[in-house]
Design a binder for this molecule. Structure first.
Ligand code: NI
Length: 169
Protein backbone atom coordinates (compact mmCIF):
# COMPACT_ATOMS: atom_id res chain seq x y z
CA UNK A 1 0.00 0.00 0.00
CA UNK A 2 1.44 3.30 -1.07
CA UNK A 3 2.83 2.01 -4.38
CA UNK A 4 1.13 3.95 -7.20
CA UNK A 5 0.82 0.75 -9.29
CA UNK A 6 -1.78 -0.55 -6.81
CA UNK A 7 -4.04 2.42 -7.60
CA UNK A 8 -4.12 2.04 -11.38
CA UNK A 9 -6.53 0.21 -13.64
CA UNK A 10 -4.86 -2.91 -15.03
CA UNK A 11 -5.05 -3.74 -18.74
CA UNK A 12 -6.94 -6.64 -20.34
CA UNK A 13 -4.93 -9.69 -21.41
CA UNK A 14 -5.24 -10.03 -25.19
CA UNK A 15 -3.02 -13.08 -25.89
CA UNK A 16 -3.59 -16.35 -24.06
CA UNK A 17 -1.43 -19.45 -23.75
CA UNK A 18 1.84 -17.52 -24.15
CA UNK A 19 5.09 -18.27 -22.28
CA UNK A 20 4.95 -14.76 -20.81
CA UNK A 21 1.49 -15.34 -19.35
CA UNK A 22 2.51 -18.73 -17.93
CA UNK A 23 5.61 -17.19 -16.35
CA UNK A 24 3.52 -14.43 -14.77
CA UNK A 25 1.11 -16.97 -13.29
CA UNK A 26 3.96 -19.12 -11.94
CA UNK A 27 5.45 -16.04 -10.31
CA UNK A 28 2.07 -15.16 -8.77
CA UNK A 29 1.62 -18.73 -7.47
CA UNK A 30 5.05 -18.69 -5.84
CA UNK A 31 4.28 -15.37 -4.15
CA UNK A 32 0.82 -16.40 -2.96
CA UNK A 33 1.99 -19.72 -1.53
CA UNK A 34 5.08 -18.24 0.14
CA UNK A 35 2.86 -15.74 1.98
CA UNK A 36 -0.10 -18.08 2.68
CA UNK A 37 -2.37 -15.81 0.67
CA UNK A 38 -5.94 -16.73 -0.24
CA UNK A 39 -5.46 -14.93 -3.54
CA UNK A 40 -3.23 -12.56 -5.46
CA UNK A 41 -3.64 -10.07 -8.30
CA UNK A 42 -0.95 -9.27 -10.87
CA UNK A 43 -0.64 -5.59 -9.84
CA UNK A 44 0.50 -6.80 -6.41
CA UNK A 45 3.73 -8.00 -8.02
CA UNK A 46 3.98 -4.89 -10.16
CA UNK A 47 2.35 -6.22 -13.35
CA UNK A 48 -0.56 -4.17 -14.68
CA UNK A 49 -2.58 -6.97 -16.28
CA UNK A 50 -6.06 -8.26 -15.43
CA UNK A 51 -4.94 -11.58 -13.96
CA UNK A 52 -5.92 -12.91 -10.53
CA UNK A 53 -5.34 -16.23 -8.79
CA UNK A 54 -7.08 -17.58 -5.72
CA UNK A 55 -8.03 -20.75 -3.90
CA UNK A 56 -7.01 -23.06 -1.07
CA UNK A 57 -8.11 -26.20 0.78
CA UNK A 58 -7.33 -24.71 4.18
CA UNK A 59 -5.80 -21.32 4.78
CA UNK A 60 -4.15 -20.55 8.14
CA UNK A 61 -4.91 -16.86 7.63
CA UNK A 62 -8.66 -17.65 7.29
CA UNK A 63 -9.19 -20.79 9.41
CA UNK A 64 -13.00 -20.36 9.44
CA UNK A 65 -13.32 -20.19 5.66
CA UNK A 66 -14.41 -23.20 3.61
CA UNK A 67 -12.23 -24.37 0.74
CA UNK A 68 -12.16 -22.44 -2.53
CA UNK A 69 -11.07 -24.24 -5.74
CA UNK A 70 -7.72 -23.06 -7.06
CA UNK A 71 -8.46 -20.76 -10.00
CA UNK A 72 -6.57 -18.56 -12.43
CA UNK A 73 -9.05 -15.93 -13.63
CA UNK A 74 -8.21 -13.52 -16.44
CA UNK A 75 -10.20 -10.44 -17.51
CA UNK A 76 -12.84 -11.06 -14.85
CA UNK A 77 -16.36 -9.66 -15.05
CA UNK A 78 -18.44 -9.75 -11.86
CA UNK A 79 -22.22 -9.63 -11.58
CA UNK A 80 -23.92 -9.52 -8.17
CA UNK A 81 -26.93 -11.88 -8.15
CA UNK A 82 -28.84 -10.48 -5.18
CA UNK A 83 -28.99 -7.35 -3.07
CA UNK A 84 -27.64 -9.11 0.00
CA UNK A 85 -24.44 -7.65 1.45
CA UNK A 86 -22.32 -9.63 3.89
CA UNK A 87 -19.64 -8.22 6.17
CA UNK A 88 -16.47 -10.21 6.79
CA UNK A 89 -12.84 -9.87 7.83
CA UNK A 90 -10.25 -9.40 5.12
CA UNK A 91 -6.54 -8.99 4.95
CA UNK A 92 -4.27 -8.29 2.02
CA UNK A 93 -0.68 -9.20 1.23
CA UNK A 94 -0.23 -5.58 0.10
CA UNK A 95 -1.52 -4.28 3.47
CA UNK A 96 0.53 -6.56 5.75
CA UNK A 97 -0.26 -7.12 9.41
CA UNK A 98 -3.77 -5.63 9.28
CA UNK A 99 -7.36 -6.84 9.06
CA UNK A 100 -10.64 -5.04 8.49
CA UNK A 101 -14.32 -5.78 8.08
CA UNK A 102 -15.44 -5.23 4.50
CA UNK A 103 -18.96 -5.35 3.02
CA UNK A 104 -19.23 -7.54 -0.10
CA UNK A 105 -21.96 -9.00 -2.30
CA UNK A 106 -22.92 -12.40 -0.88
CA UNK A 107 -24.10 -13.96 -4.16
CA UNK A 108 -21.96 -13.46 -7.22
CA UNK A 109 -21.54 -14.63 -10.79
CA UNK A 110 -18.05 -14.31 -12.22
CA UNK A 111 -16.93 -14.77 -15.78
CA UNK A 112 -13.54 -14.63 -17.41
CA UNK A 113 -10.89 -16.84 -18.99
CA UNK A 114 -8.32 -19.39 -17.93
CA UNK A 115 -4.66 -19.10 -19.08
CA UNK A 116 -5.43 -20.93 -22.34
CA UNK A 117 -8.34 -18.61 -23.15
CA UNK A 118 -11.15 -21.02 -22.20
CA UNK A 119 -14.23 -19.41 -20.68
CA UNK A 120 -14.91 -19.57 -16.94
CA UNK A 121 -18.48 -18.90 -15.73
CA UNK A 122 -19.33 -19.62 -12.09
CA UNK A 123 -22.01 -18.73 -9.57
CA UNK A 124 -20.65 -18.61 -6.00
CA UNK A 125 -21.39 -17.21 -2.56
CA UNK A 126 -19.81 -16.45 0.80
CA UNK A 127 -16.03 -16.48 1.16
CA UNK A 128 -15.48 -17.62 -2.43
CA UNK A 129 -17.47 -14.59 -3.64
CA UNK A 130 -15.56 -12.37 -1.19
CA UNK A 131 -12.13 -13.47 -2.44
CA UNK A 132 -13.07 -12.88 -6.08
CA UNK A 133 -14.37 -9.38 -5.28
CA UNK A 134 -11.22 -8.56 -3.27
CA UNK A 135 -8.85 -9.74 -6.02
CA UNK A 136 -10.81 -8.14 -8.85
CA UNK A 137 -10.80 -4.84 -6.95
CA UNK A 138 -6.99 -4.90 -7.22
CA UNK A 139 -7.39 -4.71 -11.02
CA UNK A 140 -9.29 -1.45 -10.62
CA UNK A 141 -6.89 0.15 -8.17
CA UNK A 142 -9.03 -0.55 -5.10
CA UNK A 143 -7.57 -1.83 -1.81
CA UNK A 144 -9.94 -3.26 0.81
CA UNK A 145 -9.58 -0.36 3.31
CA UNK A 146 -11.14 1.84 0.58
CA UNK A 147 -14.29 -0.36 0.80
CA UNK A 148 -14.58 -0.25 4.60
CA UNK A 149 -17.52 1.54 6.25
CA UNK A 150 -16.57 1.11 9.92
CA UNK A 151 -12.96 2.01 10.69
CA UNK A 152 -13.42 0.86 14.30
CA UNK A 153 -13.15 -2.66 12.88
CA UNK A 154 -9.70 -2.18 11.35
CA UNK A 155 -6.59 -3.21 13.23
CA UNK A 156 -3.49 -5.31 13.66
CA UNK A 157 -3.99 -9.02 13.01
CA UNK A 158 -1.98 -10.13 16.04
CA UNK A 159 -4.19 -8.05 18.34
CA UNK A 160 -7.51 -8.90 16.68
CA UNK A 161 -6.77 -12.63 16.27
CA UNK A 162 -4.13 -13.50 18.88
CA UNK A 163 -4.68 -17.26 18.61
CA UNK A 164 -4.47 -17.49 14.85
CA UNK A 165 -1.55 -19.35 13.27
CA UNK A 166 0.42 -17.15 10.93
CA UNK A 167 -1.38 -14.08 12.21
CA UNK A 168 1.73 -11.95 12.23
CA UNK A 169 2.16 -12.52 8.46
NI1 NI B 1 -5.30 -8.04 -1.62
Amino acid sequence: MGDARLLQRAEEVVRFGTPELRALIADMEDTMHALDGAGLAAPQIGVGLRVVIFGFDFNPRYPEAGSVPYTVLINPVLTPLAEEIEEGWEGCLSVPGLRGVVPRWRHLRYEGFDPEGRRIDRTVEGFHARVVQHETDHLDGILYPMRMRDMSRFGFTDLLFPDQAGASE
